[in-house]
Design a protein around this ligand. Structure first.
Ligand code: GDP
Length: 424
C-alpha cells in the first residue's frame, strides 16, 4: 500500500497531525520535498512536537522514516531537531531514520542569501521564511549543490566546496556587497553537523524498492499545500519545490512507482502565510477572532497567519491537482464560535462568477462571493461519531463535500490524536 498525504490548500492544514494518526498503519513514512521552511505540529501522549525536517513517523518507535532526494536539508537544524527529540525520550537511530545520499544540503550561505535578497526586495518581498530554501533549490538546479552523500568523503567534499564558494561569492560579495563566505568556516560547519547526520545516510531508493517488494506499507508525507507548488501554485508566491502527490515517489527515490491512494488534508477555513493574492482574506476583528480560535501562528516562524473563509474554487483546484481520492477535513471545532459560517462559493472576476481557480495574473482581480451557513455554536471537540455532530455542522460538511466533489473520510475536531471522526 503506497499512500500520499498532501495539503489541498496553502499549507498548515494539519497534515502533521493526520500523518501522526494515520501512520500507525504504515511501516515507512517518507518526506519527499521541501526543507525546514514549514513545520508540522503533532500532539500525542508524549507531548507536543514541532517537526520541521523529520518525518512525522519519527514519534512512533516501529516506524521507519525516510528523508528523500527531493528534500533540501539544513544539517544544523536537523542535528538540533534530533537532539531535541532525543531529550524528550524519542529513540532515533539508523534503524528508524534513513536520509537519501541524493538530498541537497542547505548551508548557512543559503540562509544568508535568502536574507540579503529579502532585504534587497524591501517592500516587494515575497515573505520568505529566510531558511535558505529558494537559494538552495536554485543551486540544486544550477548543479552547484552539495549532496548529503558528499559528507561521506571529506576530501571530495572539500574540493567541491572550494569551487562552489568561489562561485557563490560572486553573488554574496560582488553582487550583494556582503562579507565573503569563508571556506574554512563552512567546511567546519559541514564536518561538525555532517558527523551527526552521517550514520543515517542510506541508498534510500534501494531501501524503498526492497520494502515495496516485501509488501511494506509506505506513506509519503508532503509539506505545504497544492497552492504552494512551484508549478501549479500561485507563482511566484509558491515554495521552491513540488508539493503535489505526483512528485511523491520521485522525490522519495522510487520514480516510476504508482501510488495506491492520495489523502488530501483540507482545512475547514482558509489560512495563508506570506505574501500574494489571498482572495478570501478577512481583516480586523473578524480575522483576529478566527486567528485566535484556530491558534493560527506559523509553526516555523511564529508569524500570524492570514485567515479567511473556506474557499471552494481554490479547494476544488487543490483537490484536482493533488488527485485526492479522499479528504480529511481539519479544525472543524475552530468554527464553533461563529453564529454564521462564511463560505466562498465562487470568485467574481470582471463581473463574472466562476468556480474555476485562475492560476495566472487574473487571480489578482478575483473577489470572493460569500455565502453564510448557520453556525453550530457548541463544543464539538469531544464528539467521535458523525451522527452525534450538531445538525448545522453536518450541513456544513455536506455542503463542502458536494461543492468540492471529494469524499470527506475524516473530520478532525481537535489537535489530540484521538480527536477525529471517521465517516463511514
Ligand atoms: P501542518 O503543517 O499541515 O501540519 O499544519 P500545522 O503544523 O500548522 O498544524 C496545524 C495546527 O493545528 C497544529 O497546532 C495542530 O496541533 C492543530 N490542529 C490540527 N488539527 C486540529 C483540529 O482538528 N482542531 C484544532 N483545534 N487544532 C488542530
Amino acid at each position: 500500500m503506497l499512500t500520499a498525504i498532501v495539503g489541498i490548500n496553502w499549507g498548515d492544514e494539519g497534515k502533521g497531525r493526520m500523518v501522526d494518526l494515520l501512520s500507525e498503519e504504515y511501516d515507512i513514512i517518507v518526506r519527499y520535498q521541501g526543507g525546514n521552511n514549514a513545520g508540522h505540529t503533532v500532539v500525542n501522549e508524549k507531548g507536543k512536537f514541532i517537526l520541521n525536517l523529520l518525518p512525522s513517523g519519527i514519534l512512533r518507535e516501529a516506524t521507519v522514516n525516510v528523508m528523500g532526494n527531493g528534500m533540501v536539508i539544513d544539517i544544523e537544524h536537523l542535528a538540533n531537531e534530533i537532539e531535541r527529540l532525543k531529550e524528550k525520550g524519542i529513540v532515533i537511530s539508523s534503524k528508524n531514520l534513513k536520509i537519501s545520499d541524493k538530498a541537497i544540503i542547505c548551508l548557512p550561505y543559503h540562509r544568508q542569501q535568502d536574507v540579503l535578497e529579502e532585504e534587497r526586495l524591501a517592500d516587494k518581498k515575497f515573505g520568505s521564511t529566510k531558511r535558505g530554501i529558494a537559494p538552495v533549490y536554485s543551486d540544486k538546479y544550477s548543479k552547484k549543490g552539495i549532496r548529503i552523500g558528499d559528507l561521506l568523503d571529506y576530501n571530495i567534499l572539500s574540493e567541491k566546496l572550494k569551487g562552489i564558494i568561489e562561485w557563490k561569492n560572486l553573488t554574496i560579495e560582488k553582487g550583494y556587497g556582503a562579507e565573503p563566505i569563508m571556506f574554512e568556516e563552512t567546511l567546519d560547519w559541514l564536518e561538525k553537523y555532517g558527523n551527526i547526520v552521517r550514520p543515517y545516510i542510506t541508498d534510500v531508493s534501494k531501501y524503498l524498492d526492497d520494502s515495496k517488494k516485501e509488501g511494506k506499507k509506505i506513506m509519503f508525507e508532503a509539506q505545504l499545500g497544492a497552492l504552494r507548488d512551484i508549478d501549479f501554485g500561485i507563482y511566484p508566491y509558491t515554495s521552491s519545490s513540488q508539493t503535489i502527490s505526483s512528485y511523491a515517489t520521485c522525490g522519495a527515490g522510487i520514480p516510476g512507482t504508482k501510488l495506491d491512494c492520495v489523502i488530501g488534508i483540507m482545512k475547514a477555513y482558509s489560512t495563508c502565510v506570506g505574501e500574494g493574492p489571498f482572495t478570501v482574506e478577512m481583516f480586523g476583528d473578524e480575522a483576529e477572532e478566527l486567528r485566535k480560535a484556530g491558534a493560527e501562528y506559523g509553526a516555523a516562524t511564529g508569524r500570524p497567519r492570514r485567515v479567511g473563509a473556506f474557499d471552494i474554487p481554490a479547494s476544488r483546484y487543490g483537490i484536482k491537482v493533488q488527485g485526492a481520492d479522499e479528504i480529511a477535513l481539519t479544525k472543524l471545532d475552530v468554527l464553533s464560535y461563529m453564529d454564521k459560517i462564511p463560505v466562498c462559493v465562487a470568485y467574481e472576476i470582471d463581473g463574472k462568477e466562476t468556480l474555476d481557480f485562475p492560476t495566472g495574473n487574473e487571480l489578482n482581480k478575483a473577489k470572493p462571493v460569500i455565502k453564510y451557513l448557520p453556525g453550530f455554536k457548541q463544543d464539538i471537540s469531544k464528539i467521535r461519531k458523525f451522527e452525534d455532530l450538531p445538525k448545522e455542522a453536518k450541513e456544513y460538511i455536506k455542503y463542502i463535500e458536494e461543492a468540492t466533489e471529494a469524499p470527506i473520510k475524516y473530520i478532525s475536531v481537535g489537535p489530540e490524536r484521538d480527536a477525529y471522526i471517521e465517516v463511514n
